[in-house]
Design a protein around this ligand. Structure first.
Ligand code: SF4
Ligand code: SF4
Length: 372
């Protein structure tokens, strides 16, 4: 068990080991992920109120650092960056010289990885590194990363990890895991190792063994969080539900609201699609190739000779949702949704993935009940 001074020491130890420590901090009215020089930058005393299309910071009297649910960014911002330059080309005289970009990956230590995001990283591991074509950018950053998970003790109003089986207790995959406790006994973190390096770092911290009462309080706080989820997915086979509802009228309803802006894909910790952009300067002597995040809500995303395959908002929203909750299983053996709730919060028109799934579920049940 460590206190806030131990948490500060953890950041120092990770930095001394050469890690770029990334964690949450308050900036521009939100809790964002950034490089931390010290634990003093953590969002001590800040909570959030979350609802569909709404995100508000609020101050907390208990001074907790991690009681603030998932923020607008996920760790994919660092592991699978939005823009990566792949090569540059220079024309000098009659020669064209092409240089690949330096691919030396940074060594990140992520502080405050919630259980849903731990699962999301595992999903992206499967997508981007487990197949025959390993993504070198993601793979390089991921293989050097040190993960400090934080178990959720205060879910947001848009969280539904329990119904996706992804939280709030941290699953495997972390190097260290913390459970934050703030009560009459003080501000403490129950800390455990999950890897050999995690255990080594734990030994460098001057904590004390957690008493049985601390373990009980921490486990109880996580169990209580599971009872306070803001949202829930229908308790059904979601993959089968998506397959059975391809012609449901609900797709027209959601399409009439969806702006096809793609915010939901940008904030989603598992969305992974990219496209390639080539740019030149005005002289035509310098060119660059960039890999950038792409969005299945764009018309260009499904463009083939003759036009886009998914020309309507209905077909594009349906593609996104049925992939997330259905065909992701066929491709990667799991759901593409970990229940973080970000797409609900950051949708400008408050479209809620749990509400859409529930509406589709109701439609199938009504159809089953109708006399034939
Ligand atoms: S569901 Fe919301 S966030 Fe996603 S594309 Fe439609 S309007 Fe944008
Ligand atoms: S679909 Fe929405 S709730 Fe599910 S993982 Fe993506 S952003 Fe989170």
């Amino acid at each position: 068990m460590i206190g806030t001074d131990g948490l500060a020491a953890l950041v120092d130890v990770l930095r001394a080991r050469g890690y770029t420590v990334v964690g949450p901090t308050v900036r521009d009215g939100a809790i964002v992920l950034t490089e931390l020089e010290s634990a003093a930058q953590l969002p001590y005393g800040w909570g959030v109120d979350l609802d569909a299309g709404q995100y508000r910071l609020r101050s907390r009297t208990d001074g907790a650092a991690f009681a603030n649910a998932a923020g607008p960014q996920s760790w994919k911002t660092f592991l699978h960056p939005a823009r990566v330059r792949q090569w540059t080309a220079e024309r000098t005289g009659g020669e064209l010289v092409i240089e690949a970009d330096d691919t030396t990956p940074p060594r990140f230590a992520f502080l405050g990885v919630r259980s849903c995001d731990l699962r999301a990283i595992a999903v992206q591991d499967r997508v981007l590194t487990a197949g025959p074509h390993r993504d070198p950018v993601y793979g390089g950053r991921r293989s050097g990363a040190f993960l400090v998970a934080v178990e959720c003790t205060e879910p947001g109003g848009t969280c539904f990890c329990v119904s996706m089986g992804t939280g709030p207790a941290a699953g495997p995959g972390y190097d260290l895991v913390l459970t934050e406790l703030v009560d009459d006994e003080g501000h403490r973190f129950w800390i455990r190792g999950g890897s050999a390096e995690g255990a080594e770092i734990l030994a460098e911290l001057s904590g004390e063994p957690a008493s049985e009462a601390v373990c009980r309080a921490a486990t109880g706080a996580v169990a209580a969080a599971a009872e306070r989820m803001g949202r829930t997915m229908p308790d059904t086979d979601l993959r089968g539900l998506m397959a059975r509802t391809l012609e449901a009228p609900r797709w027209d309803d959601v399409a009439s609201r969806c702006l096809t802006c793609g915010n939901c894909t940008m904030v989603c910790p598992t969305c992974f699609c990219t496209t390639t952009e080539d740019v030149t300067d005005l002289t035509g002597d310098h060119a660059e190739r960039w890999r950038v995040w792409d969005v299945c809500f764009d018309l260009d995303f499904s463009y083939l000779p003759g036009g886009p395959v998914r020309a309507s908002p209905r077909s594009r929203y349906r593609q996104w949702l049925t992939h997330k909750l259905g065909t992701w299983y066929d491709q990667f053996g799991s759901s593409g949704c970990v229940g973080c709730g970000r797409c609900v919060v950051w949708c400008p028109v408050a479209i809620d993935i749990t509400e859409e799934a529930a509406a589709l579920y109701d439609w199938t049940r009504r159809a089953e009940e109708e006399p034939r």
